[in-house]
Design a protein around this ligand. Sequence first.
Ligand SMILES: Cc1ncc(COP(=O)(O)O)c(C=O)c1O
Length: 296
Amino acid sequence: MTVAVSSAVSNGYKVVVAASTGNTAASAAAYASRGGLRSYIILPKGKVAMGKLAQSILYGATIIEIESNFDVAMSSVMRLYKEHRVVYPLNSFNPWRLEGQKTIAFEIVEELGVPDNVIVPVGNAGNIYAIWKGFNELYEAGRIDRVPRMIGVQAEGAAPIAKAVEKSLDQPEFLDNPETVATAIRIGKPVNWKKALKAIKLSKGSAITASDNEILEAQKELARIDGIGAEPASAAALAGYKKLLSSGKISEDETTVIVLTGHALKDPDVMIKADARRILVNPEHLDKLILGDLGL
Ligand SMILES: Cc1ncc(COP(=O)(O)O)c(C=O)c1O
């Protein structure tokens, strides 16, 4: 986002706009403030997680809600830009977003070398392409000797790219009403679908789906085994990894990077609904309760 906002500033724009499932909104609002720009954020009403909305409000964006989904918000932003050109768009059809996101590949190479697989949650499909582009540029510059397989994971109810890969289609069948608990990837018409299919094909990767249950289980596992809190869209990548392991499509011996794209606090509502052990107790009975619970 900082690359795209810098581009807005250097091109003399005073106002930026972004359609968003929430995270783009939060970072657009933050960097726009830092760059001295006004920001307009277009959100699908009622489908944006609380932590993301709260950030956009804090950073001073004008929040415009629509009674529709992200895809409609996105096409409205594209139309606004095409017809008026006075407001700079910060969505991932703007190539500067992808130039920034590709540095994820540089960081992976710096810290780990070249993994066998990189697994990424896919919504609008900017990340998966951008990360592949980063690896590919390092490869073409002779800095690395191979490019990892790029594997995308989509939620079952919002999976045009994964289904296109599964059915070997040249073009995804878009969805008018995508649905998933992972609101960040609740996208039926990914703008970067062509680029994503290219990245998957050229890297000999793939794309798969994860159900909402698998996503929420992966979110809990990540938190309760590794102590890492990630929002559902991110946990989709771990859910995908587990499915690929159990079907034998990848093995534990391979090096696999799972990109966790968003912190758990972005979506507190989902966390609070998780199966918590919450017990109301009179403080005098605390010892009895815990010792009893421990069987002592
Ligand atoms: C947390 C999170 N993960 C994944 C994605 C999907 O990224 P992309 O749209 O580049 O596929 C998003 C997009 O908003 C996101 O917010």
